[in-house]
Design a protein around this ligand. Structure first.
Ligand code: NDP
Length: 328
């Protein structure tokens, strides 16, 4: 049983020097376990995070432990009532050829779909499900809206764009190189695809002349920088990943938006004037709280209109203390 273990934590690009091969005898399944011969191993961007011990939503792989990864494989021997030899299963079994897994950690694959079992690691697996959630639950593209997705030829992006297309959006992919772009518009049926290796800003202006309503973010970095100023009012972004930044140590300066993914943060801009009902509601609620002494406020009162310019300048430098008003 060949296994690939994590040997060292990369500071930047991971390479063969960070892994170590190990040969072990094939495991013997215990009661409740299933012996699986792995046939396909999924390789995914999140694994870069597992190689690092930086804080994350998931624990890192320990040094010397088998690398984490999802596999599909065939059941060779079963000591669990839910499985029989010949079943195909999926599970997080790691970078190894065989494993003995408790039946409760495996999912049996349906056979009737007529695709390679490896599809349950991609289009019908974790990446496909990711695309489905980001598109239908977070972005919710409406017919005619401009939907942009980066890493558009990839596992997540390729599916997200197709789902958005089924929902009636105008779908624009971003991909690296002419060949990937041709594939995205040809085989995947997107309306357009722009190459991030070229002049991305100009290409996006041409592909999205009225701006971008929905952005499915897979990449970060320069691609994100080009998309942001082109987002329209009431646009949405699904922060799925920022693969272009995973090897960057230290992380690029500025607020690192990968925190949105790791901590499942919600970010929403708003303008008070869009909410006329709230003015009325707060007017009543706030007045009641003030009357009851449960709401306090502080004013910084400047005397005389002639002092307004100087007081205003001070507002932007922190010289006011409390709500700044001018007594005329
Ligand atoms: P892909 O199959 O899309 O492969 C990664 C692609 O990213 C590459 O092919 C490349 O496409 C692009 N890429 C890599 N480096 C750069 C770079 N420096 N600049 C621009 N593009 C780059 O991977 P997945 O579909 O599996 O994953 C896509 C994203 O989704 C990742 O960010 C991943 O972390 C995230 N993800 C998030 C999940 C979640 O639950 N939030 C779950 C699954 C994935 P190209 O050549 O076209 O640029």
């Amino acid at each position: 049983n060949l296994r690939i273990l994590l040997k060292a934590r990369p500071q930047g690009r991971p390479g063969p020097e960070h892994f170590q091969r190990a040969e072990e005898p094939r495991p013997a399944p215990q009661q409740g376990e299933v012996l699986v011969r792995h046939r396909f191993l999924s390789l995914d961007p999140y694994m870069r995070g597992r190689m690092s011990d930086a804080p994350s939503y998931a624990a890192p792989v320990a040094l010397g432990a088998v690398m984490e990864g999802e596999c599909v494989g065939e059941v060779v021997e079963s000591r669990h009532p839910g499985f029989t030899a010949g079943d195909w299963v999926r599970g997080a079994r790691g970078w190894q050829q065989w494993s003995a897994a408790h039946g409760s950690t495996l999912v049996k694959l349906p056979r009737q779909v007529g695709v390679s079992p490896s599809a349950y690691l991609g289009v019908l697996g974790m990446p496909g499900t990711t695309a489905w959630i980001g598109t239908t639950e977070i972005l919710q593209p409406r017919p005619g809206e401009c939907f942009v997705v980066s890493a558009a030829s990839g596992a997540v992006g390729g599916v997200a764009g197709q789902i958005a297309k089924h929902m009636g959006a105008r779908v624009v992919g971003i991909a690296g190189g002419a060949e990937k772009c041709r594939f995205v518009t040809g085989e995947r049926g997107f309306d357009a695809c722009v190459d991030h290796r070229g002049d991305l800003a100009t290409a996006l202006d041409e592909a999205c002349p009225s701006g971008i309503d929905c952005y499915f973010e897979n990449v970060g970095g320069a691609v994100q920088a080009a998309v942001f100023p082109r987002l329209r009012e009431f646009g949405r972004i699904a922060f799925c990943g920022m693969v272009a930044e995973y090897n960057q140590i230290p992380a690029p300066p500025g607020p690192n938006l990968m925190a949105l993914v790791r901590k499942r943060l919600r970010l929403q801009g708003f303008l008070v004037n869009d909410h006329p009902r709230a003015w009325k509601q707060w007017g009543e609620t706030g007045a009641t709280l003030l009357r009851d002494g449960r709401l306090r406020f502080r004013e910084d009162v400047v005397q005389g209109l002639e002092n307004a310019p100087e007081a205003f300048a001070g507002l932007l430098e922190g010289r006011n203390f409390g709500k700044l008003v001018v007594a005329l």
